[in-house]
Design a protein around this ligand. Structure first.
Ligand code: UDP
Length: 264
């Protein structure tokens, strides 16, 4: 028996009934869970499980910019550090950040900055650390989605949230939310992020081949699922405050009980 885990995409990504390898329909999202406020040392934080992806985002600052030459006297900067843990993928990833991590950090900065009021923080940096604990395709989209929650959790003024998901093409069919296998063996991968305050696309990357009609159809289905994911983000933020309110109520009633006992 071999203990090696094979990292090979299956030959067929979509069966004759239109089902994908993980049982999803063509336009189905993978299961998504989000939680806000889970890193105690950060100004704001969030966690997302999106299919096989597990990702933490933590926000620090605004604080002094190092190295100083990166500082802007008229406005703050957003710095993103997207990192994949060495154990996050089948084949051990090198610990040092590679070109891909630097590229994703940069596209995350570009896709999140439009919703921030960076002019409020001259000479300062907002720093956003994104740690990929497990990766299975679509980590940049999941990272943008969870990073927006961490920024909101930090109380950073924002024009709106940002949400991202990838459309794609596999076995000749248009699909949504590509898994790692579909990303690797599929024909196209099209990650998209939206800034809700102006309904503009702040990330659009494209890897593969698709006709113009297919591209337009993909953008339409991406838009529909972005709305669903945006609702989940809002629910995750609300849940944190409902939990805090319930904790306060519980504490108050415990104090009342304690007070009552003393009187007796
Ligand atoms: N991946 C990997 N090793 C790496 C980088 C990526 O196995 O060093 C996998 C990982 O599952 C990732 C997927 O390839 O999610 C697709 O990577 P891509 O660069 O397309 O970015 P993503 O889809 O994660 O945004």
């Amino acid at each position: 028996m071999s203990l090696l885990i094979k990292d090979e995409a299956p030959e067929k990504l979509i069966d004759e009934n239109g089902k994908r390898v993980d049982g999803r329909g063509l336009k189905d999202l993978r299961p998504i869970k989000m939680e806000v406020g889970i890193v105690p040392n950060a100004a704001g934080s969030a966690y997302i499980e999106w299919g096989g992806n597990k990702i933490y985002a933590a926000v620090y600052g605004p604080r002094e910019v190092h190295p100083h030459h990166m500082a802007r006297p008229d406005r703050g900067i957003l710095r993103v550090f997207y990192r994949m843990a060495t154990f996050s993928v089948h084949e051990r990833k090198r610990a040092a950040p590679g070109r891909r991590e630097k590229e994703i950090s940069m596209v995350m900065e570009n896709s999140l900055s439009p919703v921030l009021f960076l002019e409020l923080y001259p000479d300062s940096a907002l720093e956003l650390f994104v740690e990929i604990i497990a990766a299975d395709g679509g980590t940049r989209c999941a990272s943008i989605t969870v990073a927006a929650l961490a920024l909101a959790d930090a109380g950073i003024p924002m024009r709106s949230l940002v949400t991202a998901v990838a459309g794609g093409k596999a076995d000749g069919k248009l699909i949504l939310d590509c898994s790692g296998d579909e990303d690797k063996a599929g024909e196209a991968d099209l990650p998209v992020a939206i800034t809700w305050f102006n309904n503009e696309i702040s990330l659009l990357q494209f890897d593969g081949i698709m006709s113009l009609e297919e591209f337009e159809e993909t953008i339409e289905s991406v838009k529909e699922s972005l709305e669903k994911i945006h609702e989940m983000q809002q629910e995750a933020l609300k849940r944190k405050y409902i939990d805090i309110r319930n904790d306060i109520k519980e504490n108050e009633s415990e104090h009342q009980h304690e007070g009552g006992d003393q009187e007796i």
